[in-house]
Design a protein around this ligand. Structure first.
Ligand SMILES: Cc1ncc(COP(=O)(O)O)c(C=O)c1O
Length: 362
């Protein structure tokens, strides 16, 4: 038998039919497609980081519990002592291990629709049923539809990003509370974008027995380190920790995060700069005729006039500016470009390119 025959016989048919997660090539481009923080560290801090990494014992396995890193992150985020935390290689890994708990249980994974794609992708990979929960035309929780779907399907876990990606908004607090109290599922409030938002929900992990909070360092300037966290009652964290691969947080990441936490004021000031640039970007895009949705995250949704989203996206790409085109996916996102908030210079480059667009040019 050839290798191809072995692969064909042994790899799941749905895996063979599917595709790997696609990431657009952004080399040399103004990169506004992935909700990253655009700011590098100043030189003295980079030197300090290099110095600390040089001392790392790469020949040894990392601390499997990342205890010092946990204490540093706990301190920065103000996580109370009665809550525990679990680290993942990005929140993607945490989503994977939570979903993996429901393999074969008959219980579904739920998430708003539209929302972050990995909830559905990982449910499909693990063959756990996925139930999308619809949003209203205002991108809010459709409370009646959600409660009906939850009663019908009795899911195991509901992931709710707050603010939601890609819509960028917070859901009404009373709707969120109604969902949390109506369901017997675990509710994971995904606060990936909480650094840019007016409301956060950490206290809910103490208030409700079925709520956990998920966060990440990716959006505050450390996407390359891959560190996500799940915060909640030790009874939950203890069980999910059993599903975690040993040594999932590598030794360089642990050291670099400790260094970053010692300089958390830098991360905070960068997030403040991103919030203020979000206001400027919103105004400038609105002046050019885009309908820009109010955002609580580090990106905005801009609806391109005249149904020309794909054309404008391709023009921007051709001009060296990469954004994300969401047109053609969910009906709520008809004509939508998702634009990550960059530096003022990057905003200027985006606007200069837009002004040259054959569709929108002024
Ligand atoms: C809502 C949401 N959750 C989680 C993530 C993934 O974060 P991480 O980089 O920690 O895997 C993203 C990334 O864009 C996101 O939008």
């Amino acid at each position: 038998m050839s290798t191809a025959d072995f692969v064909k016989r042994l790899i799941r048919a749905d895996v063979q039919a599917g595709a790997a997660y696609q990431v657009a090539d952004a080399s040399g481009m103004v990169k506004l497609d992935a909700m990253e923080n655009p700011y590098a560290w100043p030189e003295p801090l980079r030197a300090e980081l290099a110095h600390q990494l040089a001392d790392v014992a790469m020949n040894r396995y990392p601390d499997p519990h990342a205890l010092r890193t946990k204490e540093a992150v706990r301190g920065w985020m103000g996580i109370p002592a009665h809550l525990d935390l679990l680290f993942g290689n990005g929140s993607d890994e945490i989503i994977a291990l939570v979903v993996s708990n429901f393999i074969g249980s008959g219980r579904a994974v739920c998430a708003p629709d539209p929302s972050f794609v990995m909830f559905r992708v990982l449910a499909e990979q693990y063959r756990v049923p996925f139930v999308p929960l619809p949003l209203t035309a205002e991108c809010q929780i459709d409370r009646q539809a959600w409660l009906a779907a939850l009663a019908d399907t009795s899911p195991g876990v509901i992931f709710i990003p707050q603010p939601n990606n890609p819509t960028g908004n917070l859901f009404l607090e009373e709707d969120l509370r109604a969902v949390v109290t109506a369901t017997d599922a675990l509710v994971i409030i995904d606060e990936a974008y909480t650094a840019f938002s007016e409301r956060e929900h950490l206290a809910w992990a103490s208030e409700y027995p079925n709520v956990l909070i998920m966060r990440t360092l990716s959006k505050v300037g450390l996407a390359g380190l891959r560190l996500g966290l799940l915060i909640g009652d030790p009874a939950w964290i203890h069980e999910f920790d059993k599903l975690r691969l040993p040594y999932n947080i590598n030794i360089m990441t642990q050291a670099a995060v400790q260094c970053a936490m010692a300089h958390h004021d830098l991360l905070e000031s960068q997030s403040i700069a991103i919030r203020s640039e979000r206001t400027r970007l919103t105004e400038l895009l609105s002046q050019r005729g885009f309908d820009v949705w109010p955002s609580q995250a580090n990106f905005v949704i801009a609806i391109v006039p005249k149904g020309q989203a794909r054309t404008v996206f391709e023009h921007l790409k051709h001009s060296g500016v990469l954004v994300k085109c969401l047109d053609g996916g969910h009906p709520l996102l008809h004509g939508a470009l998702r634009i990550t908030v960059g530096t003022p210079t990057e905003t200027d480059a985006l606007l200069a390119a837009l002004d040259q667009s054959p569709v929108l040019g002024r």
